[in-house]
Design a protein around this ligand. Structure first.
Ligand code: AMP
Length: 274
């Protein structure tokens, strides 16, 4: 396994298929499932690359950039065990010059949902993903469905800007109690952690109901999540999975998406309806 920490150390592309999994590190079973998907797509003679970069551009001022976990040794071990061929783990000053002045911005899907709560976040994501695509030149890249808005925005960017890169989506991996794995789960205190499965429970309850009215579904979701004393709902919405526009009634490819604060920790999850 090659570990490149500078751009010049990235091995030149061969004819082999290269599949990239972009991450911010603190790798967990969710990331590992994407790495396995990348391996399956690359096949045994292809290359799996994992980027590990806590991207300062996608953290709003005052957010958790400096306290975000960076367990470099453990991440390396996981990648080695999974047969990853290349880790690209640059320092921030390797990715961004001080006088940088160019960004990549998706201007429609990025406005709502997590974009409303986190101004500049998705511009940071599309900018860094563009740079990673240029630097590593993958044939395909794998993103998690947990971050459904990010996935939709990356797909849109790739379409609009003609990146010759296939975007693959991986299903959300969960704890036994239903909580979606996230590097941010480790910020939860024991009381918050005990309440956090209410998010998944509310989504499952909505998916199991035969209700077709988005307003009624959302009222039930808000009531269920609100019944846990430590929660504060940032948003709960029913949207189309591709255009992320609100849906009044449940149809094919409707997505119920929520963002919930426990203290300063913001967790997201979603489920397909209809
Ligand atoms: P992050 O390191 O949080 O930036 O996530 C890197 C990639 O892993 C993104 O494509 C995420 O959507 C994906 N991911 C994060 N959590 C999960 C999960 N629980 N299951 C599957 N994929 C995930």
């Amino acid at each position: 396994m090659k570990i490149a920490t500078t751009v010049s150390e990235i091995p030149r592309r061969s004819e082999k298929r290269r599949v990239l999994v972009p991450t911010m590190g603190a790798l967990h079973a969710g990331h590992i499932s994407l790495v396995r998907q990348a391996r399956a797509s690359a096949a045994s003679d292809g290359e799996v690359a994992v980027s590990i970069f806590v991207n300062p551009l996608q953290f709003e001022p005052g957010a958790d950039f400096s306290r975000y976990p960076r367990p470099e040794g453990a991440d390396e071990e996981i990648c080695r065990a999974e047969g990853v061929d290349l880790i690209f783990r640059p320092a921030p000053n390797e990715m961004y010059l001080e006088n940088r002045s160019t960004f990549v911005e998706e201007t429609s899907l990025s406005e709502r949902l997590c974009g409303a709560a986190r101004p500049g976040h998705f511009r940071g994501v599309t900018t860094v993903v563009t740079k990673l695509f240029h630097l590593l030149a993958p044939d395909a890249a794998v993103f998690g469905e947990k971050d459904f808005q990010q996935l939709a925005i990356v797909r849109r960017m790739v379409r609009d800007l003609d990146f010759p890169i296939e975007i693959l989506a991986g299903p959300t991996v969960r704890e036994a109690d239903g909580l979606a794995l996230s590097s941010r789960n480790q910020y939860l205190n024991p009381e918050e952690r005990a309440q956090a499965p209410v998010i998944r429970a509310a989504l499952l309850q909505a998916a199991a109901s035969k209700e077709k009215s988005a307003a009624k579904i959302l009222a039930a979701v808000r009531a269920k999540i609100g019944s846990a004393s430590l929660t504060r709902i940032d948003y709960a919405e029913v949207v189309g999975a591709d255009d992320l526009q609100p849906r009044l009634t449940i149809a094919a490819r409707s997505l119920l998406a929520v963002a919930v604060f426990f203290g300063r920790t913001r967790l997201i999850d979603n489920i397909q309806l209809g």
